[in-house]
Design a binder for this molecule. Sequence first.
Ligand SMILES: NC(=O)c1ccc[n+]([C@@H]2O[C@H](COP(=O)([O-])OP(=O)(O)OC[C@H]3O[C@@H](n4cnc5c(N)ncnc54)[C@H](OP(=O)(O)O)[C@@H]3O)[C@@H](O)[C@H]2O)c1
Length: 165
Amino acid sequence: MLSIIVAIGKNYEIGRKNQLLCHLPDDLKHFKRTTAGHAVLMGENTWFSLPKRPLPNRRNIVLTLEKDKSYEGAEMAYSIEEAMRLCPSEEEVFIMGGASIYRQFFPLCDKLYITRMQAEFPDADVFFPQIDEKDWQLVSEEPHPADENHCCAFTFQVYVKRKNG
Ligand SMILES: NC(=O)c1ccc[n+]([C@@H]2O[C@H](COP(=O)([O-])OP(=O)(O)OC[C@H]3O[C@@H](n4cnc5c(N)ncnc54)[C@H](OP(=O)(O)O)[C@@H]3O)[C@@H](O)[C@H]2O)c1
């Protein structure tokens, strides 16, 4: 089963200059808690954006179109089909970005773990696809306030794909 995990701003923005839009320590903890023990699948740009590679205690699967590339600590996939073959269908696998990977996997996923940041980032250069409530049902929401460690308020949301979606 494929799930997406992502933090998005008010305008569906997700990154700038190959970095996240802001540092939200409790969102990073949420990411770690949610994905620990599972496979995470990412594009090459996101792999290189990680401060520490590979992410520990998870299978790291990295997508690139260039077949001569391989990175220590990562399993490589050179197409969507190959990535899918590496992912056991009975287990939850997390698509963790970036923009091009979200776009391609969005139609294939059944569950979305969205961190909705209550902020706009006008200099963002990558975006997430629109989430249409006709296709996705919101099943949980947990708000988190802005504080000295978090520049904006945000809400952890979980959506599941509607059966007729
Ligand atoms: N807000 C969030 O939660 C979040 C999460 C993750 C990332 N991000 C942000 O997203 C941005 C990066 O996104 P991005 O779109 O630039 O890069 P990306 O999706 O991380 O990686 C793109 C690369 O993935 C490879 N790729 C894409 N489609 C492929 C396919 N079908 N088969 C094989 N390889 C494929 C290609 O690598 P090659 O060029 O090597 O062929 C492509 O250049 C950064 O700003 C990052 O911080 C945000």
